[in-house]
Design a protein around this ligand. Sequence first.
Ligand SMILES: [Zn+2]
Length: 402
Amino acid sequence: MTGLLALLVLLHAPGSITVASVRGEQKLAVRVIDGAPVVSAKALVTALGGTLRRQDEWLDVFLARQQVRFLVGAPFLVANERTEPLVMPVLFEGDSVYLPFQVVAEVLPRLFRDRYRYEADRQRLVDSGWQLVQGSGARAVADHARAPAREGSRLASGLRRGHEVTLDPGHGGSDPGNPGQFFPRGLREKDVTLQVGLLLREELKARGVGVRMTRAKDTLISLADRGRYCSKDCDLFVSLHVNSLPRRSGYTEVRGFETYFLAEAKTEDAERVARMENDAVRFETEAQTAASERGLDFILKDLALNEYLRESARLAELVQDNLGKVHDGGDRGVKQAGFMVLTTARRPAVLVELGYSTNRADARVLTDRASQRRLAARIADAIVDYLLEYERRTGGRPAEGG
Ligand SMILES: [Zn+2]
């Protein structure tokens, strides 16, 4: 939402609203905190007959058999597995969580189009769903009551709880990665991988998947150490990178995204990408480098024994399929090459080249905040797809038997 629209919402916020449902009308106070109109999350959800649950910084709201998640302190929500911005952060004051008034006036009516409408002139939020299920009100109430209980051991997606993924934003610290030719001034590969990585962490957490980061700030981690973050409790390792090409005729035309798993390179281009990413070792100390190279040699010789090869390839495929829904640069396919960073992850592991910084359009896809969010959301979808598939096939989690 633009600043102007935010201002309009603010100006139109009344001192109180009425929530109208089959159970009658209920008045709800609209408070102003830090100059912004907010409503108590608990009062709103209770008036609508829903339930809410607080888990760490997340506030889960269950309304009309759907879940909407808010992150306390952050200006966004997650619904239908999609993240949407809010005009202001969800606030915590005293003992209560407060939602932006925007949730009443705009978000709920949009997310639950058949259910809620906001009548600005009468300052009323109407729950029309209760009228639609005329005569079967009792059933609607029962469904409501069941919604949170269904949560149980499985998430709304059907996924078991307790998965953990290691995210590895490529490069960092003294290793900038590629210089980001068409990125906004000063932004380099290491910055973009971290931005997308942090968004991906949010998206995965919103889907109930635990996350470990090899780095969550601008710091250098050796290639050999990154994979080690994915060990005992880790299901998957995902390394994020940005591609680039050396100057040659037509090099700025090439764009698109590709996902790698660890195996001997089959094409010259795959070999080039691996060389480029492995070159990060030159920022490491000698001891670190030796460890990285030993790892690569060992694993490449031993590939036949890598039980995760097929799993990694499938994960890579799902990442490509999902990214294709939001990335207009073109699907360059699943590829394989010898990436040092993938050698030490003792789990299925992929390296995603999110696009080319040497292409103007890709650079926009990679640096625009909303676009970064879309990329992160689709990679998170791919990871959930993969974990679901794995559970269906084996009845267990990928870490088992590894
Ligand atoms: Zn890279």
